[in-house]
Write a protein that binds this ligand. Structure first.
Ligand code: ARG
Length: 466
């Protein structure tokens, strides 16, 4: 910030020419101007508190209020000039305030440092943004729920190691992602606890001799309680790491799903079709429809992971209290937030427009002996054999089918009896996929009844819980 003679506020101490090389590099205004609303609101509350505590006069308070509101309007109307020489948003606003109301602007920084100011602004911004992420995840879950409701009886192969394993309801698969994103939501929500501690009023590091009322600013700024230790408060960026960690996990989940859908979309699988507005063509191969949108999502995860490592690494060398190193937390947070928010919205758009190739799913489920486990279980129950013995009998049948190019459904009871004479015609029912799916009635299993119950619960939760 500049004084009347267009010099920095610290020009009384530091003698240097205008526009030094480092001043340009060290300026964060282009990044932290995004915090202007938070900065002005926090200043209004701080000044209100200074007046209530009789630290500043009514007249000064009103002048500062007038100036800050004018600045807010100027910024909203895009009439405000952010100057690189201002270093950051805090100095920029103080500079402009001085231009508008004169020397009384100088009262604004009583009992305050940029060290507590910046963390307060950032926490307020992050609370809002965290809630935005939670809301967008909730809307993503609703999309999964809608798709799941339509697909209770759509049968597909469940895979392990990407090999056909056991038949499942497509609905069951889709609701699995409701759980995944529920865990992400929980992480973001848990983070709100530390974001709800108000840093304002700890000043540079040791507190202040002014009789501030930190409980007042806490209430006015919608925090739950003030932070307890001034030294820790200006040092702490754990809440930043927590946010990026939650974002990394969420992004990892998005990436796993994207990879899965890329595989399903491949010509080898053909289990889904993406909407034309979400694919890209090739510059040379006229037939191509590439799943670029999903690949984009998978790629962004790398950037968010990078941000997590950046922040952890920035912090690892810092003793207590404030260092310039911390300034880049905002760039990292903003990029992480923008990136994740966009990814969640894009994923939602992809899913809202997805087409499941149910015919292909059903066909694929008929290959690869998906009911082998059902057969082994059946033999255990029917013949009272130990599971391992019935497992071996089933394996023999699979081998027999393999050698004779048959599926279970092609088997005649005669052929089965050659391997296990005690089995009779009933066994043939076991190879029915619907029956298999519906038999998995264990808690959390894929039976149709279970799925329908799950859907009811998810519906209730997504509507009423938040
Ligand atoms: N622009 C700074 C940041 O974002 C504000 C805090 C500056 N404090 C200081 N002591 N230099 O971290």
């Amino acid at each position: 910030a500049k004084n009347k003679n267009n010099q920095s506020v610290w020009s009384s101490r530091i003698k240097k020419k205008k526009n030094s090389f480092f001043d340009k590099i060290g300026s964060s205004i282009n990044v932290d101007k995004r915090l202007y609303k938070e900065d002005i609101n926090c200043s209004l509350v701080h000044v209100d508190m200074l007046f209530k505590q009789k630290i500043i006069s009514f007249k000064v308070k009103n002048k500062i209020f007038f100036g800050l509101n004018k600045i807010k309007n100027e910024i909203i109307k895009k009439k405000y000039i952010f100057k690189a020489e201002d270093e950051d948003i805090h100095m920029s606003i103080e500079r402009r305030l001085h231009e508008i109301i004169g020397d009384d602007a100088g009262y604004i920084h009583t009992g305050r440092s940029r060290n507590d100011q910046v963390v307060t602004d950032l926490k307020v911004w992050m609370k809002k943004s965290t809630n935005e992420i939670i809301d967008s995840l909730k809307s993503l879950q609703k999309t999964f729920l809608k798709l799941a409701e339509k697909n209770v009886y759509s049968i597909m192969p469940g895979f392990t190691h990407l090999k056909n394993a056991q038949p499942i309801s497509l609905s069951h698969y889709l609701t699995a992602y409701i759980e995944v994103f529920e865990r992400d939501k929980k992480k973001f929500k848990d983070n709100l606890r530390s974001l709800n501690e108000n840093p304002l009023g700890v000043a540079a590091l040791s507190g202040t001799s002014f009789n501030l009322d930190r409980n007042f600013t806490t209430k006015k700024l919608n925090f739950l309680k003030p932070t307890r230790n001034s030294i820790d408060t200006v040092s702490d960026r754990d809440f930043v790491v927590d946010f990026i960690y939650a974002a990394s996990m969420c992004s990892m989940h998005i990436s796993r799903l994207s990879e899965e859908l890329i595989i399903w979309n491949s010509d080898a699988f053909e289990l889904i079709e993406l909407n034309d507005k979400l694919v890209t063509g090739s510059s040379i191969m006229p037939q191509k429809k590439n799943p670029d949108s999903l690949e984009y999502l998978r790629g962004q995860t790398g950037i968010i992971y990078g941000n997590l490592v950046s922040m952890l690494t920035i912090l690892k060398g810092l003793p207590l209290t404030y260092f310039k190193d911390l300034q880049d937390d905002k760039k990292i947070i903003f990029e992480t937030f923008d990136n994740l928010k966009t990814c969640i919205l894009l994923l939602n758009e992809i899913l809202r427009n997805i087409k499941f190739n149910k015919k292909k799913m059903a066909e694929l489920a008929e290959t690869g002996f998906l009911t082998a486990t059902d057969l082994a279980d059946y033999i255990v129950r029917k013949l009272n054999y130990p599971f391992r013995k019935s497992y071996n009998i089933t394996a023999k049948l699979v081998n027999y089918c393999d050698q004779n190019k048959k599926s279970f459904k092609d088997l005649k009871i005669k052929e089965i009896k050659k391997i296990e004479p005690k089995l009779n015609e009933d066994v043939l029912e076991i190879f029915d996929l619907k029956r298999s799916v519906d038999s998995k009635k264990s808690l959390g299993g894929t039976s149709f009844d279970n799925i329908k119950k799950m859907l009811k619960n998810y519906k209730k939760e997504l509507k009423w819980k938040y």
